[in-house]
Write a protein that binds this ligand. Sequence first.
Ligand SMILES: Nc1nc2c(c(=O)[nH]1)N[C@H]1C(S)=C(S)[C@@H](COP(=O)(O)OP(=O)(O)OC[C@H]3O[C@@H](n4cnc5c(=O)[nH]c(N)nc54)[C@H](O)[C@@H]3O)O[C@H]1N2
Ligand SMILES: Nc1nc2c(c(=O)[nH]1)N[C@H]1C(S)=C(S)[C@@H](COP(=O)(O)OP(=O)(O)OC[C@H]3O[C@@H](n4cnc5c(=O)[nH]c(N)nc54)[C@H](O)[C@@H]3O)O[C@H]1N2
Ligand SMILES: [Mo]
Length: 821
Amino acid sequence: MASLAPTFGRGAMTNHWVDIKNADLVLIMGGNAAEAHPCGFKWVIEAKKTRSAKLVVVDPRFTRSAAVADFYAPIRVGSDIAFLSGVINYLLTNDKINHEYVQAYTNAGYLINTGYTFNEGMFSGYDEAKRSYDNTTWKYQMDEATGFAKIDYSMQDPQCVLQLMKQHFAPYTPEVVSKVTGTPQKDYEKILEMMGECAKPNKVMTILYALGWTQHSVGSQNIRTMALIQLLLGNIGMAGGGINALRGHANVQGITDMCLIGASLPGYLANPTDKEATLAQFIEAKTPKLLQAGQMNYWSNYSKFFVSHLKSMYGPNATAENQFGYDWMPKIDGAQDVLALFERMHQGKLTGFFCQGFNPLASVPHAAKLGQALAKLKYLVVMDPLTTETSEFWKAHGEYHDVKPEEVQTEVFRLPANLFAEQEGSFTNSGRVIQWRWSGADAPGETKGDAEIMAALFLKLRDMYADGQGANSEPLKKLHWPYRIPNKPSPEELAKEVSGVALADVLDLKDPTKVLAKAGEQLAGFAQLRDDGSTSCGNWIYSGSWSQVGNLMARRDNSDPSGLGQTLNWGFAWPANRRILYNRASCDANGKPWDAKRTVIKWVGDKWTGNDIPDIRPDAPPAEVSPFIMNPEGVARLFAFAGMKEGPLPVHYEPFESPLAENPMFPSNAKAKNNPAARVFPGDQENFGTADAYPFVATTYRLVEHFHFWTKHSWLNAVTQPEQFVEIGEELAKSKGIAHGDKVRVSSKRGKIEAVAVVTKRIPTLQVNGKPTHTVGIPIHWGFKGVTRPGYLTNVLTPYVGDANVQTPEFKAFLVNIEKV
Ligand SMILES: Nc1nc2c(c(=O)[nH]1)N[C@H]1C(S)=C(S)[C@@H](COP(=O)(O)OP(=O)(O)OC[C@H]3O[C@@H](n4cnc5c(=O)[nH]c(N)nc54)[C@H](O)[C@@H]3O)O[C@H]1N2
Ligand SMILES: Nc1nc2c(c(=O)[nH]1)N[C@H]1C(S)=C(S)[C@@H](COP(=O)(O)OP(=O)(O)OC[C@H]3O[C@@H](n4cnc5c(=O)[nH]c(N)nc54)[C@H](O)[C@@H]3O)O[C@H]1N2
Ligand SMILES: [Mo]
């Protein structure tokens, strides 16, 4: 494993990097791939060169991605849902949708409960005191006789999802969108036209996004709004289509897959909570009921994945009699995200903190609060190859970091760890391709690999508890630790455990005389997992990555018979080596590809075959089994009756710090100004600034020359970008008397930084709600450690609030003031 920071964004690509070359239209919005993903970006260029694909970039700044775009439009930070809702309105009113796809593969015709309402920015079921919704009224109408959801396939019933959507998105006309987003109306209309073209079955659009969409109090809904567009256009499952989250750290995809975030277990299985006292109750709660006849309801396999995971944790100690060790699993109460963690620390509720490959003082919002939080710890352990700001949070660093060391009691331990490039193991890229890699160099001095450090700590702790004296020691004592060298588990051993092993002969469920895997063998994939204790698998989505054939992640055969760039023998893609998720949706209801030139899979009379692993049971007749097998209704949810905290359909809400006095979509309802379901911690409400004192919109971002906060330790990077700067447009510079190269002070309600001003045409002034709106652009990379010139942590400025569903902090939209020093 490599860098172990908690993730600040989630998701994965439904498609994969090479597949971008198959697109006709590439939209980059909420990201800047040319700088943050320069290697993957080459596939955008490939699409432009080989098929004259068009590139559209929508960003508050004219970025390096914009510099090679066919069309660029600016947007005010935090207004993407208004922009995209206007696209949905355009597609619906101008009939730019793939009808067959929408009718058969989405819930457009499903009838919603008549109690569902949407008024002045709020859905039915809101509880203001709890800042949350009761979603009872958002559900499907059910047919009592069959037990399945009611559907009007003509999509005319006023309670059907398509009709509710028409109503919901109607207010987002081009005029209104332009007013809210600041995107000039004629630019916007041009983009509407380009996107509308992709409703044709042989025209496909892809979207590449990253943190410009996730780091908002409406982050998850930003992405959902785009997913709705891709579904209406029939672009999900298609080569060259999909929804593509370009992930961050080299292996952050692996981090989320493996659950190093605490919010879930490996393979996105849920963490048990106190509500599920027994394994049976837990499985019952997590296994969805079929909502439509004949569908696969994939999650009916939940118990197989979960029990196999328990077997990987507790080995022979996990038996049917003791619920496979369910009682030893921590029962998580409350949120486990980054903001919740440091909030608890700030409240003095944590004694110690292990900080592994993570520099939270630099990377978490509201650095002053972070400093106070760390100072409340009894001990802090930092496992890192470098001296990070976090490990020296207790030291005064002149004007850049002002603390009184004598007042900090926290004891800090530094454990020198290897750098990711000095370790062997697997990396998973944004396209879900897991690739084995070998260490690039030996680590210097006495540093150790992460697994070795963790193993030593575990063995020591287990020894200390061996006498049976300590409280709650069972989970430690029962953990399975089968490694050949106990204090140095090898990457090979760990990878095999993650992929899965047969503990007894695994029999074919339909024909029990057939043995699929003999006891002791590596499993071929998750179809072989069982819930009777006969299989062990650390992570069901990685199942089969190390099979009896060997380490499939180490494969390096780039042959590509279809020419689509699928390369099924290069590495291993989760799940099941499938390269394009939902690929069944690339064919119509007869199993014929919508576009023969993009044949990913097809139905050949009795089975699915093609250029990918079908995302459906291989013998599932196309007219009967719908493509979205992870949902118990078999279709994609345009209307999310569950799962989204702030509502079943996206709504434009202002960022928590907004230049506007009200939400221009619902000016008369103050409660609907910001995301009504976003969590605000006590005390943080007072830490939000307002436009009278902080009149300018600010956003933070990356530069290609640096990687977060650690490349400033490297001379080469420091030479290319030596000194902290902020970017402002020419109009703002003029009005504030700031010249290019002047020293400026940027302040928010929470703190200030000083940096050099770069005055640029690349940050336009936008007309928002009738007023000029200026943006201050702030690169994130500086701090007080390293060989760059010392600078301030950008996050002294940012607000402590996040997305309502996954709590990614609102790093991308807040308010500042700027003055010449
Ligand atoms: N060189 C380099 N590459 C990196 C990294 C690095 O530090 N350096 N970090 C890696 C990591 S961990 C990550 S997560 C990724 C992040 O990858 P990206 O998200 O692509 O990177 P950012 O520069 O943070 O933000 C992208 C763009 O979002 C725009 N933006 C800001 N607010 C909004 C908004 O409200 N709407 C829209 N449409 N756009 C907005 C910004 O102007 C910026 O151009 O990069 C990875 N790659
Ligand atoms: N304002 C603002 N703040 C942001 C963002 C933003 O866009 N704006 N982006 C956010 C995002 S998306 C991210 S991902 C975070 C990044 O925040 P962090 O992950 O905290 O930043 P890094 O500097 O990448 O820290 C990773 C550390 O891991 C160490 N390391 C490298 N390899 C290994 C290894 O093998 N083992 C161990 N133990 N350590 C290793 C490095 O030396 C480095 O110190 O920042 C977040 N903060
Ligand atoms: Mo990231």
